[in-house]
Ligand binder design. Structure first.
Ligand code: KIV
Ligand code: ZN
Length: 390
C-alpha cells in the first residue's frame, strides 16, 4: 500500500467553529496561503451555505491557491451541495465534503428518520456532488458511536455512488484508540469496494484522545488525517496537525510520510494563534513555549551533556531556533555554569559554588534568572573577589 498520508487541514472550517474566533476573508486567505506553504494536501476552507462570508472565503481561497485541493463542507442537502459547488468553481482542484449522521443517537434523536433513509440521503448527496466536482468526500457523522455493521453498509453504498474519500469522524471524541483503530480495520476488511476510496480520520478531543485515535486509524489503514493547527476547534478541539505530523515523522515504526514542511510548524502556529486570538497553552506538545524548555537541574545537566538525553525533537525541525535552559531555583550548577559561559564568564570549583549560592537566593525571589541578572550576579561576585583579594 502507498505509504503517503494526506493531511486535510480544517482550521478554517472546524477550527473556526471556536466561539469568538470568526475570521474575515482576508485573514482566511492569509492562513490558507501559509497552509499551502506548509505543504498540506487539502484545505477545508469553509461551509459555503452557512453564511455569505464563508461562501466568499471559499471562493477567494479557490482563486488564489494553486497546489492543495480546496474543500467546501455541506450537509446532505441539495441546496448546500449546489452552493458548495458554486463556491468552488474557481478551484484548480475542488472537493465537496458532504454527509449525514449515522449513529443511532443521530438517526433517531437528531434526524428522526430510519437507517434506510440515511443511506438513501447519503447516496443522493454524493451523486449530486459529483455533478459539480470529481472529488467527493462523504462523512458519516458520529461514526465513532455508529455500529460497525451499519457503518460498513453506508460506506459501501456511498463509494458505489462515487465517493472518493470516506471520512469516519469521532464527532464526540468518545472512542478509545484501540476501538477507533478496530473500526477502521473493520471497514477495510468488510467493505468490498473499500479499495476505491481513501479512508479519512476526523477525531475530536473531548477525552484528550484525538491525536492517539488518528494515529490508531492510520495504523489500521486510514490514509488521510483531518486536523487543525494548534488542535483548535469546538469544545476541546480537533486533532492537532503538528502532533500527528511529528509523530509520523519521528516514529520509525510508522512507515508513512506526509508532505508537510515541518520547519514551518512553529510560524504557522503563531500566525493562527494571533489571528484567531487563541493563545497556545505553554505546555502544548510541539509548539508550546515550554515544549523545548528545560528547567530542572537533572534535565539541564543531561541536555548540556547531550541534547538527545531529554529531547526527541531537534527544535530546528519545527522551526524553533533554540531550546531553552531556564534558570530557576530548580537548576543546578551545570546549567548555571553553561549559561555563564555562553555570556563569556568561565567559572569552576569554589568560584562556581559561591556564585551558585547567590544565584539560588535570587532565583527564590524572582523565579526566573535571565541574562541581565546573570551579568549583575557576575559583576557583584567579581567586585567581592577584588575586595577580598585586595
Ligand atoms: O465532527 C464531525 O463529524 C464533523 C463533520 C461535519 C465532518 O466535523
Ligand atoms: Zn468535526
Amino acid at each position: 500500500m502507498d505509504d503517503r498520508i494526506y493531511i486535510f487541514d480544517t482550521t478554517l472550517r472546524d477550527g473556526e467553529q471556536v466561539p469568538g474566533c470568526k475570521l474575515n476573508t482576508a485573514q482566511k486567505v492569509t492562513i490558507a496561503l501559509a497552509l499551502e506553504e506548509l505543504g498540506v494536501d487539502v484545505i477545508e476552507a469553509g461551509f459555503p451555505v452557512s453564511s455569505p462570508g464563508d461562501f466568499k472565503s471559499v471562493m477567494e481561497i479557490s482563486k488564489v491557491l494553486t497546489r492543495p485541493t480546496i474543500c467546501g463542507l455541506s450537509r446532505a442537502v441539495d441546496n448546500d451541495i449546489k452552493v458548495a459547488g458554486e463556491a468552488l468553481k474557481f478551484a484548480k482542484k475542488g472537493r465537496i465534503h458532504t454527509g449525514i449522521g449515522t449513529s443511532d443517537q443521530h438517526v433517531k434523536h437528531k434526524l428522526r428518520i430510519t437507517r434506510e433513509d440515511v443511506i438513501e440521503r447519503g447516496v443522493k448527496a454524493v451523486k449530486l456532488a459529483r455533478n459539480y466536482v470529481d472529488d467527493v468526500e462523504f462523512y458519516a457523522e458520529d461514526a465513532g458511536r455508529t455500529d460497525n455493521d451499519f457503518l460498513a453498509k453506508v460506506v459501501e453504498e456511498v463509494i458505489k455512488a462515487g465517493a472518493t474519500v470516506v471520512n469516519i469522524p469521532d464527532t464526540t471524541g468518545y472512542c478509545l484508540p484501540e476501538e477507533y483503530g478496530a473500526k477502521i480495520a473493520y471497514l477495510i476488511n468488510n467493505v468490498p469496494n473499500i479499495d476505491k476510496a481513501i479512508i479519512s480520520t476526523h477525531c475530536h478531543n473531548d477525552l484528550g484522545l484525538a491525536t492517539a485515535n488518528s494515529i490508531a486509524g492510520v495504523r489500521s489503514g486510514a490514509r488521510q488525517i483531518e486536523c487543525t493547527i494548534n488542535g483548535i476547534g469546538e469544545r476541546a478541539g480537533n486533532t492537532s496537525l503538528e502532533e500527528v505530523v511529528m509523530i509520523i515523522k519521528k516514529r520509525a515504526d510508522i512507515p508513512h510520510k506526509t508532505q508537510v514542511v515541518t520547519e514551518r510548524l512553529y510560524a504557522i502556529s503563531n500566525l493562527v494563534a494571533e489571528t484567531m486570538g487563541m493563545p497556545v497553552q505553554p505546555n502544548k506538545a510541539i509548539v508550546g513555549s515550554n515544549a523545548f524548555a528545560h528547567s530542572s537541574g537533572i534535565h539541564q545537566d543531561g541536555v548540556i551533556k547531550n541534547r538527545l538525553n531529554y529531547e526527541i525533537i531537534d527544535p530546528a525541525e519545527v522551526g524553533v531556533d533554540h531550546s531553552d535552559i531556564l534558570l530557576t531555583a530548580r537548576s543546578g550548577r551545570a546549567a548555571l555554569r553553561f549559561r555563564l559561559s555562553q555570556l563569556g564568564y568561565e567559572m569552576e570549583g569554589e568560584d562556581l559554588n559561591e556564585i551558585y549560592r547567590s544565584f539560588l537566593t535570587l532565583a527564590d525571589e524572582i523565579l526566573e534568572v535571565r541574562d541581565p541578572e546573570l551579568h549583575e550576579l557576575y559583576a557583584k561576585w567579581k567586585e567581592g573577589e577584588t575586595v577580598n583579594n585586595g
